[in-house]
Design a protein around this ligand. Structure first.
Ligand code: NI
Length: 170
């Protein structure tokens, strides 16, 4: 089922998410399936639970956009345990449609997470995957890519969104 994606302005996007404590339930599996479906429908490479109004530490990522089944990642209670190097590249967010900006991120990250059954695993990412991992894990702590921009750029985007909101276009 394709779910509604919450847009910037909703407080859930800027709220710390709770840890997932119940694993291997039909509800969790359904939620993950729905998140992948929603992400593919919106042509995104990552989606975090707060973006579909669920305040839990869960995110899905697929940097192959559905081309490679082995690229599908489900990360529950993920933590970045290692960061190396830097990269600057354009980033967008399904909750902030129409806005893309350069964001500085680590070039390489190692993430520890749990799978749907609660088993711990580690994933390493470079380039786009490293960027997606950092962007999505930020979401689970109420942090948006806007928080990584200069105050000037951030305020400019906020003002534009306010205008769109007033016009009923947000
Ligand atoms: Ni996002």
């Amino acid at each position: 089922m394709v779910l509604n994606i919450v847009k910037y302005g909703d407080s859930i996007l800027e709220t710390e998410c709770a840890q997932v404590t119940r694993f291997n339930t039909p509800e969790l599996r359904k939620l993950i399936d729905d998140m992948f479906e929603t992400m593919y429908a919106a042509r995104g490479v990552g989606l975090a639970a707060p973006q579909i109004n669920v305040g839990q530490q869960l995110t899905v990522i697929d940097t192959s956009s559905g081309e490679d089944p082995t690229a599908k990642l489900v990360l529950i209670n993920p933590k970045i345990v290692k960061r190396q190097g830097q990269q600057i590249g354009e980033e967008g967010c399904l909750s902030i449609p129409g806005f893309r900006e350069d964001v500085r991120r680590a070039a390489h990250v190692t993430v520890q997470a749990q799978d749907v059954e609660g088993n711990s695993f580690e994933v390493n990412g470079d380039e786009l995957l490293a960027r997606a991992l950092q962007h999505e894990i930020d979401h689970l702590h109420g942090i948006l890519f806007l928080n990584h921009l200069s105050p000037l750029k951030r305020d400019l985007i906020r003002r534009k969104i306010k205008k769109l909101h007033k016009a009923g276009e947000w």
